[in-house]
Design a protein around this ligand. Structure first.
Ligand code: FAD
Ligand code: FES
Ligand code: FES
Length: 1351
């Protein structure tokens, strides 16, 4: 059917609304010429300059853009407040609504809101980029329910991701709002029953006091609902009084029609049958944004009562198609309370899936009708509605009709589908009947806010208590292009008794009917096949269990150890404890060092006032730059056609390699890297050219019009194995050798050879790569505002590209919304190109990457493949270890060599291997260059070593912890590079961790659980940590600071470190406060700039506070020394007095501070050196529960003990430990990058790539810090700890390993086995081999092209 253009539509007589009207934060907003393509997020940020609401993904997956939307219903007279993702909310949908953003609920200028205060004071912010979204999710819940349970609060945060905190402190903040959290509310000793995790199953002799809390609830502002912004009375009046008229908004390309009556809606649909009916826009929005779908006309009904109907009849419930999924959930929850359970079988299972579907924001935006009609292949609701025999009530101008929501409808068969002019009005959801049972299953990469890999709805109806199947209906999602019905199988099973024989036949039939080709999109084919029948088995057991109760005679019966397999693994309980050394009682109160001081930007994070790069206002004449990237992994560019792109309105320039003649490369370490590649590309995502336009929209549209003709080149090397085969390496091998490995192999009892593969990791900093470059117009000066960890590098690369001396280029960083190693090299390249354009045009240029671009272009943690050979004695002593590490470095060197080196130097972790050889290679492949990521090679090399130890233990018949203990450093010893190490604190951490976790008791409990449960297994693992801290060279550790004292006594400090969430600025102010003996409030820090601190080193490697702190201390001491005569003359004076006196005596009140760096060196020729300054020690014990049928797991409890020396700030340090641990847990379990066989990254946003969410954190998390004991040269004997905790996440990996081992042993698979990382549900399920995994068809390797490859 031809689509009418908007221009033609304008003459149809439909009334064009004069203006769009809605409220934001209590203020009226009117728009005369609104563009329907505009979403609320850019409108808030760019037009209204409300930059508190953040962009994190643009697709509803991260929650950074959460706002509250309020609507008044003039019929019910009720106001509905709900959380929404501003990135998916078209502003045209907001007519008559009130939007509340983080700025609207409180600010430092007026009054901060209790939610803002508590999230900050409970230390729930680090980089702060996610915080406004978190605040708005909690706030909205509290608007609806001022006394929520903890479960409701954490559910409200389902759709909010945080990459820094590990969520625990955010939960702490939530708890303060709970009145019925299940907690005793006792504040005795500062703890409540839920905070005494350490006490839970303590071994009797263990001392078990938790330290005082890190915040004081007593000082919190009370939550007073009467103080909230009211719903604008004007909007109420408007809703009551204004005549109902269809509104039409027309933009350049799109027309938005908002009918307000059913009649108008049907008319609009008749006129524009191809136009989508946009309700929540959570399906249409992402399609338009990410898949290039365009709709010239959109129909968006507003307040049509018929679409919101809720009615009951004797047959069931009728729900309006316009109800949101959250409303449907509430209605169903109510029904299940009111009706007998036999009638609400379907409602129960719908509730179950609606609880895990997406995040709270999406559930509140998405409509029932939109969900049904979208028919996504992984829809959670459609399979259930289909098995429940639901019907759809349709309406068009021609009349009404009903169609069943059945297989044909789901397949979009034209005879069973809506006609283009029809509207789905409502859905009939019948009651279940006696002897009818319905179940729902789903397995996703993460328990919540993750699309199902496979889901299913299953229903059986027996004629009575005879157990004979009368009706059977089974639907699956995720296993085909749409929801799939196992109709023929079900048909064949009718009349069969419900018993094991039937199950066996059912599995066979269904596997035949619901067949998946080996190359099916989404991959995981064998896992999906296994889930198909595993779910069936679960259903069988679930029904059998009920039959056992209702009709014991006809129940097939099943083993006792099958009983608890049906319980979900999720938990909404959260316990925690933190034990640390409190500051010395004699320490002066104004000395904040060692005290749990809140992040000094915490409140600003929570109010949205903290400014990040893209929050900076648009500069005069500002341009926007976007990149065109390669779509081929290895190809020659034969031809680029820029003409169409250049001809588009607003396009100013397109810069290619040719423009950068002579300046197109820059060297970070040893090899130069190109900025743009316009002739030959060596990975998908390579920067080919840059499109510059007046606006972001224009630049993006033009970029799509750049036409590139490629000629593929050979070889295409993507995987590590392929690189090894082609001898494709970025550098020579690195080798470390200690003792005599070959001789040792001759004397050992056993030799083990093995391999392990470990996937990479995406940084997933919440703030994507951002930069704004502004030429000053004088003397060629240029300012670069950029989200980076390494301002000096940005300065150097920009200066080199512009052929300017460094003194003309100034780089400024206020704060960074997370970095984790990812904001150095690629940031530099993009900043250089942006600066080139800014310089060329003499205009400011902004470049902000979208999430998908960022993930595609910037690379991440190196995937690793390792081969190992271990020689050991039967008692578990490893005498010889020979390792080969291969990392996937991608197309260019970047930091790959450094990663390999540090991986090798740290690979022995906590163990003394008397004879060790480790060699490493960074493989050169046709993938985007991988780079630094928190831990820098150690999370990979440490895991490899631990995996090897675990296998050695299995061979020796010992437990892994025994083999770990046997091989651990025990006393003063020597590392493989011959640096001295004192293992006292390592041993102490290990012992304390075993004691604190009640390891031996719990191991027995786990064994008992495993003996009693066949399909659920628990696992327990404890892993030690020795993390060497240092940068391998003296020069890399130098740092500088600058301090000014002003005449009013206030102090301005600056240093070379970047604030990226770790709280370094807070710590630096603590240092000044101690050294100058003044309150922290007297000290200010504006940010980092190459203008104030030249020649900074990169912020990373856990040493930012260490090094800069020593420089700050040095500056303070210089200043104090100078002022000593003045202070001693007037010891009771104030800083104002002393500053004035110094000024009067012409004494400088400004001082620089400097720290040379730690003496360190490493000689790779001899394999000897002193590369590190000190070691951070620790240990973590984790317990998991695994569902062997689905591969799901839950982290039940983690205990961490760390030796971090003297903690400068226990609150910030705990945050680093927790955050790193959770990031590590993600690395080793859920975070999986998928590449196509052509090298295209599929996982380009939170919808596909699953970092841990709030549902993933351990139910119980206990952290204990060793009392500071070892003196060192470090700042106040503190230790850096940004990175070490990542590795501790592997305790979860090995706990899963332990659980899988128990499952395998019970199934008679007793030999050692190897699990690769990440341990996703797929890997867990497939390792728990059983009759179902053997039943599925397997494809012969090579007989099909897989959807994805392991790189
Ligand atoms: C981040 C994210 C996470 C998600 N996670 C999950 C998940 O875990 N599980 C899951 O099942 N789904 C998930 N989804 C999908 C989500 O459930 C659907 O996008 C949503 O239900 C669609 O509803 P909507 O109102 O937003 O549809 P819209 O985008 O407004 O419309 C979708 C389609 O439905 C049609 N339509 C809407 N209403 C009617 C009507 N009354 N009559 C006729 N046609 C109509 C429109 O024409 C359009 O084609 C997720 C989506 C996002 C963005
Ligand atoms: S930016 Fe809207 S959800 Fe991520
Ligand atoms: S504080 Fe949550 S993303 Fe940084």
């Amino acid at each position: 059917m031809p689509t009418t253009t908007p221009q033609k539509q304008q003459s149809t007589g439909m009334e064009r609304a004069s203006e769009l009207l809605f409220y934001v934060n209590g203020c009226e907003v009117t728009e005369k010429n609104v563009d329907p393509e505009t979403m609320l997020l850019p409108y808030l940020r760019k037009k209204l300059r409300l930059t508190g609401t953040k962009y994190g993904c643009g697709g509803g997956g991260c929650g950074a853009c959460t706002v509250m939307i309020s609507r008044y219903n003039p019929i019910t007279k009720k106001i509905r407040h709900f959380p929404a993702n501003a990135c998916l909310t078209p502003i045209c949908s907001l007519y008559g609504a009130a939007v509340t953003t983080v700025e609207g609920i409180g600010s430092t200028k007026t009054r901060i809101h209790p939610v803002q205060e508590r999230i900050a004071k409970c230390h729930g912010t680090q980089c702060g980029f996610c915080t406004p979204g978190m605040v708005m999710s909690i706030y909205t819940l509290l608007r609806n329910n001022p006394e929520p349970t903890l479960s409701q609060l954490t559910e409200a945060l389902d759709g909010n991701l945080c990459r820094c905190t590990g969520y625990r402190p955010i939960i702490d903040a939530c708890k303060t709002f709970c009145k019925t959290s299940g907690c005793c509310q006792s504040k005795e000793n500062g703890t409540c029953c839920l905070d005494q995790g350490i006490n839970e199953s303590q071994e009797p002799e263990e001392e078990n006091k938790a330290s005082p809390k890190l915040f004081s609830e007593e000082e919190f502002l009370p939550l007073d609902p009467t103080q909230e912004l009211i719903f604008p009375p004007e909007l109420m009046m408007m809703a009551e009084k204004q005549p109902l008229r269809t509104r039409v908004f027309g933009g350049d390309r799109m027309m938005w029609i908002s009918p307000v009556s059913l009649k108008d809606l049907l008319e609009a649909k008749a006129k524009y049958p191809q136009a989508p009916v946009v309700m929540g826009n959570t399906s249409v929005g992402p399609q338009m944004k990410f898949k290039g779908v365009f709709h010239p006309v959109i129909i968006s009904p507003d307040r049509i009562e018929e679409l919101n109907v809720v009615s009951y009849s004797c047959n069931g419930l009728t729900l309006g198609a316009g109800l949101s999924l959250a409303q449907v959930k509430d209605i169903l929850a109510d029904m299940t309370l009111k009706l007998p359970s036999e009638k609400t079988q379907l409602y129960h299972v719908l509730l179950k899936h609606l609880g895990t579907l997406a995040g709270s924001q999406i559930r509140n935006m998405a409509s029932l009708g939109g969900h049904i009609v979208s028919r996504h292949l992984d829809s959670d609701v459609n399979p259930l509605l289909a098995v429940g025999n639901c019907t759809l009530n349709l309406l068009s101008k021609e009349g009404e009709r009903q169609i069943p929501l059945n297989e044909q409808f789901l397949k979009k068969c034209p005879t069973a589908d809506l006609k283009p002019e029809e509207i789905l009005i409502s859905v009939n959801i019948p009651y279940s009947r006696k002897w009818e049972f319905v179940s729902a299953f789903r397995q996703a990469q993460r328990q919540r806010n993750a699309l199902a890999i496979v889901n299913s709805g299953m229903r059986v109806c027996f004629g009575g208590g005879d157990g004979i199947i009368r009706e059977l209906s089974i639907f699956y999602g995720g296993v085909g292009p749409t929801t799939v019905c196992a109709k023929n199988s079900c048909q064949k099973l009718i009349g069969r008794p419900w018993n094991e024989e039937m199950l066996e036949t059912a599995c066979r039939l269904i596997l035949e009917e619901v067949s998946l080709p080996g190359s099916a999109p989404g991959g995981k084919v064998e896992f999906k096949r296994t889930l198909i029948i595993s779910f069936l088995f679960k259903f069988y057991l679930e029904v059998s269990q009920i039959l056992k109760r209702m009709a014991p005679v006809h129940s097939p019966g099943f083993a006792d150890n099958y009983e608890n397999m049906l319980e979900d693994l999720s938990s909404r309980q959260y316990w925690s404890a933190f034990k640390y050394q409190t500051a010395d009682a004699k320490q002066p109160p104004q000395d904040s060092v060692g005290r749990p001081v809140m992040h000094l930007s915490g409140i600003k994070h929570a109010t949205g006032e903290a400014i990040y790069c893209d929050d900076m206002p648009k500069l005069d004449q500002e341009l926007f730059l976007t990149f065109v990237t390669s779509s081929r992994a290895h190809a020659k560019i034969m031809f680029i056609d820029l003409s169409e792109a250049l001809s588009l309105p607003g396009v100013v320039d397109i810069v290619t390699e040719d423009h950068l003649h002579g300046v197109n490369s820059f060297c970070l370490l040893t090899k130069p890297e190109k900025l743009l590649d316009t002739y030959k590309v060596s990975c998908v995502g390579q920067l080919v050219c840059a499109v510059i336009a007046e606006s972001e929209v224009q630049a993006k549209q033009a970029a799509k019009k750049v036409k590139i003709v490629y000629q593929d080149l050979k070889p295409l090397i993507l995987t590590i194995e392929e690189a090894i085969q082609h001898n494709s390496f970025l550098e020579e091998e690195r080798k470390l050798e200690y003792g005599n490995v070959d001789e040792a192999f001759k004397v050992v009892d056993q030799i083990l050879e093995g391999e392990i593969h470990m996937g990479g990791q995406e940084h997933f900093y919440m703030e994507t790569q951002s930069m704004l470059v502004s030429p000053k117009g004088e003397d060629q000066e240029i300012d670069v505002y950029v989200s980076t960890q390494f301002p000096k590098y940005i300065q150097d690369i920009v200066a080199s590209t512009l052929k300017l001396p460094a003194n003309k280029v100034m780089c400024h960083v206020k704060r960074v919304g997370g970095a984790f190693g990812g904001k150095v090299t690629k940031t530099g390249i993009m900043a250089a190109i942006t600066a080139f354009v800014a310089n060329k045009h003499g205009r400011p240029v902004r470049c902000i990457l979208e999430r998908g671009e960022d993930m595609l272009i910037t690379g991440g943690r190196h995937p690793y493949f390792a081969k190992y050979r271990a020689g050991f004695m039967n008692d578990g002593r490893i005498l010889a270890l020979d390792m080969e590490h291969y990392s996937n470095g991608g197309a260019t060197l970047d930091e790959s060599l450094f990663v390999i080196e540090l991986g090798i130097l740290k690979m022995e972790n906590a163990y003394k291997f008397p004879n060790l050889r480790c060699r490493g290679w960074a493989c050169k492949t046709n993938l985007p260059s991988n780079t630094a990521l928190r831990g820098f090679g150690f999370p990979q090399s440490g895991l490899i070593t631990e995996a090897c130890l675990t296998e050695v233990a299995a061979r020796c018949g010992l437990s892994p912890e025994e083999v770990r203990t046997i091989n651990m450093y025990k006393e003063i010893d020597q590392t493989p590079y011959k640096q001295e190490i004192n293992a006292e604190n390592l041993i102490q951490c290990w012992k304390e961790c075993l004691a604190m976790s009640s390891y031996s008791l719990r191991k027995t409990a786990v064994e008992k659980f495993n003996a009693e449960n066949y399909w659920k297994k628990k696992g327990l693992a404890v892993v030690p940590l020795k993390f060497p801290v240092g940068l391998l060279s003296l020069a890399a550790g130098q740092a500088a600071a600058l301090i000014h004292v002003y005449l009013d006594g206030s102090v301005l400090v600056t240093h070379g470190g970047i604030e990226m969430g770790q709280g370094v600025h807070t710590k630096m102010i603590q240092v000044v406060s101690r050294e100058l003996r003044m309150p922290m409030s007297n000290v200010h820090l504006r940010g980092t700039s190459t203008e104030t601190i030249p020649n900074t080193n990169a912020s990373g490697g856990s040493v930012v506070a260490d090094l800069n702190g020593l420089a700050v201390k040095n500056a303070c001491q210089t200043l104090l020394k100078r002022l000593e005569p003045i202070i001693s003359k007037n010891p009771q004076g104030t800083w104002e007095d002393w500053a004035q006196a110094a000024f009067n005596e012409s004494i400088s009140l400004s001082a620089t501070g400097y720290f040379r760096g730690y003496e360190s060196d490493m000689n790779w020729e001899t394999g000897e050196g002193h590369p590190f300054e000190y070691f951070v020690y620790g240990a973590a014990c984790s317990e998991v529960e695994v569902d062997c049928l689905t591969g799901d797991h839950k982290n039940v409890r983690t205990d961490i003990v760390m030796d971090i020396g003297y903690s400068l700030n226990p609150a910030l340090d705990k945050g680093q430990i927790e955050g790193a641990f959770i990031q590590g847990m993600g690395l080793y379990t859920t975070e999986e990058l998928n590449y196509s066989p052509q090298g295209v990254l599929y996982t380009r946003g939170p919808s596909q790539y699953k970092i841990p969410a709030i549902c993933d954190i351990p139910t119980e998390l206990n952290i204990s810090l060793l009392p500071p004991s070892q003196n060192s040269n470090t700042l106040y004997s503190s230790k850096g700890l940004g990175e070490p905790g990542v590795f501790l996440g592997c305790s979860v990996f090995f706990a899963i390993h332990d659980a899988v081992k128990a499952a395998r042993q019970e199934r008679g698979l007793c030999g050692p086995f190897m699990l690769n990382s990440p341990l996703t549900p797929e890997k867990i399920r497939m390792a728990c081999e059983d009759k179902f995994t053997t039943m599925i068809p397997r494809d012969k390797p090579g007989s099909y092209v897989p959807w994805n490859i392991r790189i």
